[in-house]
Structures are given as structure tokens and as C-alpha cells.
Design a protein around this ligand. Structure first.
Ligand code: ATP
Length: 219
């Protein structure tokens, strides 16, 4: 089967837990970029964070529940099956070899993640495998640090059509229609405090978290 006409994206994260900021962004970025498939890929042990309190498998179950039957969005557990630390560059290399060299492949990150991008493992290789799309997040309007300007160089384009002319190597900033000021940190804090998280998460995810008692106690 040929994948030549597909457009593919990857949205990685801790998803600790998945919330409507992730899910609505996934739907809107898929639409904005015309992606056939958007892989949402939870990291087992994020290299730049402390170990989360809820297990990788539990986070993945919540992610699957949150995505449910959303068209074109895939809950992709490949990083959970990998030994050692999970690096996005390795995941992009896997997706690239699965979909082939011609397919436009895009890594999507929020602006807060973009600000830390220069610390990522083998960051220079990312642009040899994929495009980068950075989505605006309420509360993060800071200018780009010089190291990021240097990393992006002249890769920036100003439209999705310019991005999709090549399989990899360009960068686009996007402001999606429904910017949501929801973070997993905020959700965890509210759960710990016994406060309502209704409408911050899909109802099925909320129900499962409350039933299992996740995030509701200090370690
Ligand atoms: P935490 O508060 O624990 O740091 P988070 O809410 O930022 O978590 P992550 O799992 O770290 O969630 O995020 C995965 C990806 O989704 C990152 O690229 C992040 O920037 C992006 N993202 C998270 N929340 C939003 C949101 N509300 N709007 C747009 N992008 C988001």
C-alpha cells in the first residue's frame, strides 16, 4: 500500500492526565494541517520531568478513553513498549520509516514545550525527519530565546500549504481557534484539593479518575 498522499502528525506528551486542552488542540490542529492521522503518544518516563505519580499504562488508558472515537486521532502506545528513555527524535524516526520518505510528517508541540526545545535529545535531527508546528498556549507570550532563533534559522514558513510542500524541515506557528488555558498541572492540583474538574476533561476520563482515586492523594 502506498502512503504517498497521507499527511501525518505526532503530538507527544506526558498526558498526566489527558485534558480537553490536549484533545481540542488535537482536533483543531488536525483540521488546520489537513492531517489524515494524528498520533497522540504518551511518554513513559519523560526525560525532562520527575516520574509521574500515575503509571504509564494508567495514563495511556485515560488517553484512549479521552480520544474514544474521535476521527483521525490515534492513541499510540509505542513509547511505552520501548526500553530506556523516550526521545521524540526516535519516535519520529520510527514514524518516518513506517510512512516512508515522501509523506509530510509534523511534530506538534505547545509554545511552553517549544521554549524548552533546545534541551531535547538530538534536537538538530528533528528537522531532518519532520516539520515542527508550535501552537500558542494562553499565558505563554514570551519572545523566542536566541538559542531557539538559531535552531529554527530560516525554516519558518507562514502557511500550512507552504509547510506541506515538503516532507520535513519547516516550522510554522499556529494559533488555534479555541485556545484553552487548561494544564495537567491545574487538573492535578484541583484533584488533590478535592475540587471539581468537570469540563476540564472528557466526562469518561473524569469518571475513571474519580473511581480509581487517581491524583487524589499525596505520595
Ligand atoms: P503539565 O501541566 O503537567 O506540564 P501539560 O498540560 O502541559 O502538562 P503535557 O502532557 O505536558 O500537558 O502536554 C503535551 C503537549 O500538549 C505539549 O506540547 C503541550 O505544550 C501541549 N499542550 C498541553 N496543554 C495544552 C493546551 N491547553 N493548549 C495547547 N497545547 C497544550
Amino acid at each position: 500500500m502506498s502512503h504517498a498522499l497521507l499527511k501525518v502528525g505526532m503530538l507527544g506528551g506526558t498526558f498526566d492526565p489527558v485534558h480537553l486542552g490536549h484533545l481540542r488542540s488535537a482536533v483543531e490542529v488536525r483540521e488546520a494541517l489537513g492531517l489524515d492521522w494524528l498520533h497522540m503518544i504518551p511518554a513513559p518516563k519523560p526525560p525532562l520531568r520527575d516520574a509521574p505519580q500515575v503509571s504509564p499504562d494508567q495514563r495511556f488508558e485515560l488517553l484512549k478513553m479521552g480520544i474514544a472515537d474521535t476521527p483521525g486521532i490515534i492513541a499510540d502506545g509505542r513509547e511505552l513498549r520501548r526500553e530506556g528513555p523516550s526521545y521524540s527524535v526516535d519516535t519520529l524516526a520510527e514514524l518516518r520509516s513506517e510512512y516512508g520518505s515522501e509523506v509530510p510528517l509534523t511534530m506538534i508541540i505547545g509554545f511552553d514545550a517549544f521554549l524548552r526545545l533546545t534541551k531535547w535529545h538530538k534536537v538538530d535531527e528533528i528537522f531532518t525527519l519532520a516539520h515542527l508546528v508550535v501552537i500558542a498556549r494562553p499565558g505563554y507570550q514570551t519572545p523566542w530565546p536566541p538559542a531557539l532563533k538559531e535552531l529554527v534559522g530560516n525554516r519558518e514558513v507562514d502557511s500550512t500549504s507552504a509547510l506541506m510542500q515538503r516532507p520535513y524541515g519547516s516550522m510554522l506557528s499556529l494559533t488555534l481557534p479555541s485556545m484553552m488555558a487548561i494544564s495537567a498541572t491545574y487538573v492535578r492540583e484541583r484533584l488533590k484539593a478535592g475540587e471539581s474538574v468537570r469540563y476540564l476533561l472528557p466526562e469518561a476520563v473524569e469518571r475513571s479518575i474519580l473511581q480509581q482515586g487517581l491524583y487524589q492523594t499525596y505520595e
